[in-house]
Ligand binder design. Structure first.
Ligand code: SF4
Length: 629
């Protein structure tokens, strides 16, 4: 008996319609525990080498962890994995809500899709009953509209994930949507589902999950819930969620502004968490069993109409807001809604729109191509560009490839301000004076994603306090002056980056949200204890879980090495803007990272990881982790 697991893998061949249910492999459980551990292993082993990310043979994997669905705090995360159409390498994306929980109740820890349905279809998973049905009128419709319609059709107890029209058109940054506002946003995960002709997956699970010590688990779960609510950070985090960081980012010169040209704006107060509470919010919204719900559901009112929307979160505020110079909170929320309906990742969408606006400003995209006299900060322009992308119309077809590939087609000097790593657009932290954060973005397996590493606080503390242990929040409360931040030291960032890169997968492996640990400081012993009561297995957070995280980093690096022609060191460089242009304004004015620093950081990082000078894991490193090339 595998306590903590539903016990099965579901395999669906969309080409033949074949469905197989097989026992969950014990070696996956023993060696990779769950969630992101499972998906990394399965993608490496089962995805055919060299597969086209948008071809039928690319696997689309859904996995949950041993804590998923057990009524433990924030145990509702679902992990998706595939070969990314954005990067051509390893790709995964994580989503809150209630979908994965119900997949486990239906009996499946892992689901693997392959093939392509003959006609646009939806997958229905009702415990043991699996059906692939024509999508009918749902094809072509917006994500929320389809979720609503399918719930009416099937019943409220079905949990639905959908793609929008952008996923159907295989836009490289199409997302998956669920729960009227939750997304698995990154790496073009929605485009892969679209390439398989799958519009939606609906699941209803009515089974139960065997646990090793139900009474002990219930007691510890309640204790953990109470511990989260008692944390001093609870009251700081929950009211505004991620949007609460907006002013801090602006103050320390990390808020991407005008396509990452600069890192500070003069309207942060108009687009921050407080503005959301004052102007938009109707209610808080959280994922399954979350003690610290961070979602804000509200109403945006604009000249284009009034809409209900969840968010905007910080990434959306920064990338569709300041990065596009949009300073109206209602406008940002409306653009957020447009992305959600079309099924576009708001992070990449904001980065691509700001890239397009800069191309237009520089004459690299004409007014005729753009179809509008596009302006920074203009909601009409932003929505127009988003629509063209989602429908792949005109220049939208080029922009739908993402900034890296669009720059190749647009030409001029646009590659200099195409802000990405490995083909994935950079998210909401300008890092020219944050070397640890920059290194984290540079070396992430999926490309420039903050979800892989976040050490900005320590970077800033190092710069303004000269003390690597300084807490930047303390510095602010002590009245630290951020008007002119000194150049940050890059010398000792590698251990910090590695620690953050190893911590983050731990929660994706277990199947919980990481924010209880990251944002309010829930201690790791809770996770060890919950894991024990759920599975009957002992787990040392540092010696077992973080070591597994490290193993996954090597495995995914090997996947990129195998799949991306010529993969190596050059794929870890940041965009030229960051080393060729100094920040022109704000507290980090005058700072840029130099190539010398970039090379030095990469040398140290590769050495610490046990990779060669080209960034490829050495034979010894692979052997140490019982991996083979
Ligand atoms: Fe979901 Fe936010 Fe709670 Fe995490 S903290 S589980 S993202 S509501």
């Amino acid at each position: 008996m595998l306590y903590g697991y539903a016990g099965h893998t579901l395999r669906i061949d969309l080409t033949t319609g074949g469905v197989e249910k097989e026992p969950l492999k014990k070696e996956w459980v023993d060696d990779y525990i769950g969630g992101r551990g499972f998906t990394a292993k399965i993608l490496y082993d089962e995805n055919p080498p060299g597969v086209d990310p948008l071809g039928p043979d690319n696997r689309f994997i859904i996995a949950m962890g041993p804590l998923s669905g057990l009524f433990l705090p924030a145990s509702g995360k679902t992990h998706f994995c595939t070969k990314s159409p954005a990067t051509g390498g390893y790709g995964d994306s994580n989503m809150g809500g209630h979908f994965g929980v119900n997949m486990k109740y239906a009996g499946y820890d892992v689901t693997i899709l392959k093939g392509r349905a003959k006609v646009p279809s939806v997958i229905l998973i009702d415990d043991d009953r699996i059906e692939i049905k024509p999508a009918g009128d749902h094809w072509g419709k917006g994500s929320t509209a389809v979720e609503e319609a399918m719930k009416k059709e099937l019943g409220e107890d079905f949990h639905i994930l959908t793609i929008g029209p952008a996923g159907e058109k295989m836009v490289n940054f199409a997302c998956i949507s669920h729960d009227f506002g939750r997304q698995a946003g990154r790496i073009g995960i929605g485009a892969v589902l679209g390439s398989k002709n799958i519009k939606a997956i609906a699941v209803r699970g009515t089974g139960s999950i065997p646990v090793f010590d139900p009474k002990g688990l219930l007691k510890k779960g309640k204790e953990t819930y109470a511990a989260c609510r008692a944390k001093p950070g609870f009251l700081g985090w929950t009211p505004e969620g991620t949007a609460g960081i907006t002013n801090w980012c602006n103050d320390v010169g990390a808020l991407p502004t005008r396509n990452f040209k600069t890192s500070n704006c003069d309207y942060a107060d108009d687009i921050n968490g407080k503005a959301i509470l004052k102007e938009l919010k109707i209610t808080d919204k959280g994922c399954f069993a979350c003690p610290i719900p961070c979602g804000k559901y509200g109403k945006a009112r604009t000249s284009k109409g009034s809409v209900y929307v969840e968010g905007p979160e910080y990434e959306t505020l920064s990338l569709l807001g300041s990065n596009c110079e949009l300073s109206d909170i209602h406008g940002i929320a409306y653009a957020n809604y447009v992305c959600d309906e079309f099924g576009l990742d708001t992070c990449s969408a904001g980065a691509v729109v700001s890239f397009a606006l800069e191309c237009f400003e520089k004459g690299l995209i004409s007014e005729e191509e753009m179809g509008i006299d596009a302006k920074w900060g203009d909601l009409d322009s932003i929505v127009h560009i988003l629509e063209m992308i989602a429908k792949r119309e005109g220049i939208g077809d080029t922009l739908a490839m993402g900034v890296r590939d669009a720059a190749v087609k647009i030409g001029g000097d646009s590659d200099k301000f195409a802000i990405h790593v490995k083909g994935l657009e950079w998210t909401g932290y300008e890092s020219r004076n944050a070397p640890g954060m920059m290194l984290g973005y540079m070396t992430a397996d999926v490309g420039a994603h903050h979800g892989r590493c976040w050490v900005l606080g320590t970077d800033v503390a190092n710069a303004v306090g000269g003390n690597k242990d300084a807490n930047v929040h303390d510095l602010i409360s002590q009245g630290a002056d951020f008007d002119a931040i000194p150049k940050a030291d890059h010398k000792n960032v590698v251990p910090l980056v590695l620690k953050s890169q190893h911590l983050r997968p731990a929660f994706d492996i277990l199947g919980t949200c990481r924010l209880q640990y990251m944002e309010i400081g829930l201690e790791t012993h809770y996770y060890e204890e919950l894991y024990y009561y759920a599975t009957g297995r002992k787990l040392d957070f540092e010696k077992d879980l973080l070591v597994l995280s490290e193993k996954i980093w090597h495995l995914n690096r090997m996947y990129n090495h195998r799949e991306i022609p010529g993969f190596g060191r050059k794929y870890d460089y940041p965009p030229p803007r960051f080393y060729e242009e100094a920040i022109p304004s704000g507290p980090n004015k005058g700072h840029r990272v130099t190539m010398e620093v970039i090379e030095e950081m990469l040398d140290s990082y590769y050495e610490a990881r046990g990779w060669d000078k080209n960034g490829i894991p050495t034979k010894e490193t692979l052997e140490r982790h019982r991996l083979s090339a």
